[in-house]
Design a protein around this ligand. Structure first.
Ligand SMILES: O=P(O)(O)OC[C@H]1O[C@H](OP(=O)(O)OP(=O)(O)O)[C@H](O)[C@@H]1O
Ligand code: HPA
Ligand SMILES: [Mg+2]
Length: 175
């Protein structure tokens, strides 16, 4: 699809949101040992690395791949676990890290799966949330920003694997 990009969230706004999110997480996990950050590949990598560097305690990291979007802007509705965690999460405090929650299908599926492994706790942080698109409810603990129903790219988010490297968030405008 021919398209153009229009900046929606600047780098400065992203930084301010990161600071606020990290401050809250630092406070909430001050007494927790051994927090495990679980990032969903590939979209969460940029956000997770920025967030982790703002945390003032030691964390571990692991990653999972769950895919439903393929190359387009519409979720297929079927969420596949393409790559599982390397670590056993039994008894661990888990913070699931996402770039965006749209229909909620991805996180709902991943959360359900991880719950069967009996973590000590499981919470969710997402940088972006599109609440108007929700199909499946998911309990979200930390949200950077709510956005309207626009397909966005940058800061880890892709359109057909492009634009993940942009340091700002832009909306995709069909030409
Ligand atoms: O709430 P949902 O409707 O499930 O959509 C959100 C998910 O979709 C995107 O992942 P995608 O499957 O495109 O993989 P990617 O992270 O590699 O881009 C995004 O990174 C979230 O994981
Ligand atoms: O707006 C979006 N942009 C990129 N990937 C996505 N996955 C769900 N929603 C989006
Ligand atoms: Mg994607």
């Amino acid at each position: 699809m021919k398209h153009t990009l229009e900046e929606m969230i600047s780098q400065a706004d992203i930084d301010a949101k990161l600071d606020a999110l990290a401050a809250q997480i630092n406070k909430d996990y001050a007494d927790v040992d051994n927090l495990l950050l679980v990032g969903l590949l590939k979209g969460s990598v940029v956000f997770m690395s920025d967030l982790a560097r703002r945390l003032d305690f030691d964390v571990r990291m692991d990653f999972m791949t769950a895919s439903s979007y393929g190359g387009g802007t519409e979720s297929s509705g079927e969420v596949k676990i393409v790559m599982d965690l390397a670590n056993n999460i039994h008894g661990r405090h888990v913070l699931l890290v996402e770039d965006i929650i749209d229909t909620g299908r991805t996180l709902s599926k991943v959360r359900e799966l991880l719950m069967t492994r009996h973590p000590a706790s499981i919470k969710i942080v997402t940088f972006l949330d599109k609440p108007s698109r929700r199909v499946v409810e998911v309990p979200v603990d930390y949200v950077g920003m709510e956005i309207p129903d626009e397909f966005v790219v940058g800061y880890g988010l892709d359109y057909a694997e492009r634009y993940r490297q942009l340091p700002y968030i832009a909306k995709v405008i069909p030409a």
